[in-house]
Ligand binder design. Sequence first.
Ligand code: SAM
Ligand code: SF4
Ligand code: SF4
Length: 364
Amino acid sequence: MKTKARIIPIASTPKAVPLSTHDLAPLDGPLLDRRDRRVRDLRISVTDRCNFRCVYCMPKEVFGHDHAFLPRAELLSFEEIGRIARIFVDQGVEKIRITGGEPLLRRHIENLIEQLAKLPVELTLTTNGSLLVKKAQALKDAGLKRVTVSLDGIDDAVFKRMNDVDYPVSDVLDGIAAAAAAGLAPIKVNCVVKRGSNDDQILPLARHFRNSGHILRFIEFMDVGTSNGWRMDEVLPSADVIARINAEFPLEAIDANYPGEVAERWRYKDGAGEIGVISSVTQAFCSSCTRIRLSTEGQLYTCLFAQSGHDLRDMLRKGAGNEQLRRVIAAVWRERDDRYSEIRTAATALPGGPGKIEMSYIGG
Ligand code: SAM
Ligand code: SF4
Ligand code: SF4
């Protein structure tokens, strides 16, 4: 059974409906969804709060001073997250990404990292970088391997306009330096490109990160949720990003690190390093999508654009055993048929279209 999506503006948290474990298929054979995709990547959102108000993610008009974030009791505890993560690893998950909201705002996040670092997975975290100076070493000591830092411009004025809280770019650059010094490398630096807002930052960012050892990646602006006023004409296709950089610094394509990698990889012909593009809108990669998302309040989402989740928190808090959880998770994955980006139309992307979950609840 499913719960309704959290649609902004939020009146209240959707009612938790327990999942049934009746008649679940046995766990023999590989766990595949309806389109023969395996489950490999688990993204865990640890908070719905953020100290930024990025215009494409948590616009101020919607996430204002009076916005009701989740009360603490609604959040999954670290113990609950750890239990679910272990079950996913048993089901084949190889990669776990901690995200949010801003994950470094969650108190004692390093305790969760320490727990998850014991699992046989690649453990990473996506952050806006604002707390990295303070936290990078503790995260590394807790067992984190790498970080991805979001950075939507290198010009201070543009960056401040994108984060919309007047946050200076120099502090994020200091955070990246702190992460590098702590050994959280290679660092990926993600820039969401919104045509007409920050696309003039593509070349300055490329110039800045050439020869740095960090991997700069450009992401197409997506119609996640219903609050960011997405319009197709504000999406700058990755092909244009590559063309602009290639005109100044010749590039050549390189192979994916593994099948199903979402970023298309390129390297500078002069040996100055690697960049990537993530073409979520213009070249959908649903057919190889192996990602599943656990929201801050313990709902499981099988797609970034899902309209409903599956309530694991209710099961956990009603005393479900690991085997019961395992069977439900397997059943959810087997039922998965998502391919939103392949069938996106102007109508599905509009606020009047289906009510999709907000990015800050399930993480990028
Ligand atoms: N606060 C952290 C951060 O910004 O890195 C982690 C959470 S954030 C939701 C994760 C990623 O999603 C960020 O790289 C962000 O730029 C990206 N993102 C958010 N909204 C997006 C959108 N509408 N289109 C494309 N990427 C988006
Ligand atoms: Fe916060 Fe990250 Fe969303 Fe920006 S993209 S508002 S930093 S959660
Ligand atoms: Fe995966 Fe859904 Fe994105 Fe397609 S739209 S790649 S199924 S998360």
